[in-house]
Design a protein around this ligand. Structure first.
Ligand SMILES: *[C@@H]1O[C@H](CO)[C@@H](O)[C@H](O)[C@H]1NC(C)=O
Ligand SMILES: *[C@@H]1O[C@H](CO)[C@@H](O)[C@H](O)[C@H]1NC(C)=O
Length: 421
């Protein structure tokens, strides 16, 4: 989304050379999965693992005292030691401003941050010069666990949120994400709650082998740009058993996202599961190998959506499967929209994004709009090999409808609504 913009806004202050670097998008390199075959749900201290409690560094759990310095000191004590260590945030409310949890760390194994209490964001927007709230960066092996909560205190900032999705100006500033993973390898976030982020709940970019499990992310349906999990330019991300109630997309995947699985997610309210928007920036990398299964969407504005801008930049989405999805009063359950923000009478040039190899199977439930399957592809790059199998979507007592443009879907099994002619 606004990520590239942010970099480009920064360049103005530094040198032109950064702009060149920012535009050249390079995928992180895939690596073996260190969590494979391990029981992720089980947390035990490693032999000799040292516990670093933020209270020992001057943090106060009173919901008032600014604990940022204490957290930074405690993080340094956890990360910059060759002894296996874990950072403990005990019960209570710890107010923390924007800060970095930067690596590389010297621990032999993955570092654990165990959040039992609540970490509460400060409110003053001028403190958020880093663009995000809690920044986890340059880490290989990080586990964020413990049942605790990240409270982004977003209410005040929502009122002044700029809509970077529609805004064409390069100065649009996105509100800070609560948990930001940048250049993280082997990351796990499990059994954590996030409430009222200023921007996204969780933003993962330039990262490899990330697990996001058993999360409860919540914000009001009316909160702007509060995506649940926003992914860009990352490889091998596994989401499972997450519950997301928020104001924007439950999960959004933009350029350069590959090998993602989303399993057993409950989404809603929110804008559903979204691929894109695509073709927004120059030199976008393709989105591919995405598998979404066994999810439920309740009262969301979209269900399964692929969206691309007309008249902008090239891009692509391929090998994406959606299966066993239940829709409960969803507005646009199945939607490919290559006229994003330019519908119904789009006069712009067609989208340059190629969408191919998409499969929707066993999608059932209810919709609140008459068009349940809406497939509008690019005139210049018609969608290829889009399959619909066993679709059963009902619009109250009336049958719902389908709409197709620049696409010849391959149908199988039940089709309710009826196939496009
Ligand atoms: C499609 O994606 C799946 C993962 O979702 C992967 O296992 C498979 O190899 C991919 N197929 C092709 C043809 O790229
Ligand atoms: C999704 O549900 C189906 C049917 O219950 C099951 O066979 C499949 O293993 C599930 N997928 C995952 C990844 O758990």
């Amino acid at each position: 989304m606004a990520f590239t913009k942010k970099i480009c806004a920064l360049i103005m202050c530094f040198a032109l050379v950064y702009c060149v670097d920012a535009a050249k998008k390079v995928m992180p390199i895939a690596s073996p999965d260190i969590y494979k075959g391990t029981n992720l749900a089980k947390d035990t201290l490693a032999p000799g693992e040292k516990i670093v409690n933020v209270m020992k560094f001057g943090a106060k759990p009173d919901g008032k005292f600014d604990c940022t310095q204490a957290f930074m000191d405690a993080w340094r004590a956890t990360c910059k030691t060759k002894e296996q260590s874990r950072l403990l945030i005990p019960n209570g409310r710890f107010v923390v401003s924007t800060m970095f949890f930067s690596g590389p760390c010297l621990n032999p194994g993955p570092i654990t941050i165990q959040v039992v209490g609540t970490i509460v964001a400060t409110i003053d927007p001028s403190e958020y010069v880093n663009g995000e709230w809690l920044i986890f960066e340059d880490l290989d092996g990080i586990k964020l666990i413990g049942g605790g909560t990240f409270d982004g205190m977003g209410k005040k900032s929502w009122a002044t949120a700029e809509n970077c999705e529609i805004e064409s100006s390069t100065t649009c500033i996105r509100n800070p994400s609560s948990i930001y993973f940048h250049k993280v390898r082997n990351g796990l976030i499990q059994n954590i709650k996030s409430v009222d982020p200023k921007g996204f709940h969780i933003f993962v970019t330039n990262s490899v082998n990330i697990r996001l499990r058993l999360l409860r992310l919540s914000a009001p349906a009316t909160s702007p740009n509060t995506d649940g999990i926003h992914l860009s330019q990352s490889i091998d991300v596994k989401l499972s058993k997450n519950t997301i109630e928020t104001g924007d997309d439950c999960v959004s995947m933009i350029q350069g996202v590959t090998q993602v699985s989303i399993n057993k997610m409950k989404c809603g309210p929110g804008h559903g599961i979204s691929i894109g928007s695509l073709g927004k920036y120059k030199d976008e990398l393709e989105v591919k190998e995405i598998k979404v299964e066994n999810c439920t969407l309740v009262g969301t504005t979209n269900g399964l959506r692929i969206k691309a801008w007309p008249d902008k930049f090239p891009g692509g989405a391929s090998n994406i499967t959606f299966s066993n999805i239940i829709m409960d009063n969803v507005k646009n359950p199945i939607i490919i929209d290559q006229e994003y923000e330019c519908f119904p009478n789009c006069q712009k040039k067609p989208s340059l994004v190629q969408i191919k190899g998409i499969s929707f199977s066993n999608i059932r439930g209810t919709t609140i709009s008459p068009i349940a399957v809406d497939l509008r592809c690019s005139k210049q790059f018609p969608c290829q090999n889009v399959q619909l199998r066993n679709i059963d979507l009902n619009h109250g007592p009336k049958p719902a409808d389908s709409r197709c443009a620049n696409i010849k879907p391959v149908y199988g099994g039940i089709q309710r609504p009826a196939a496009c002619l």
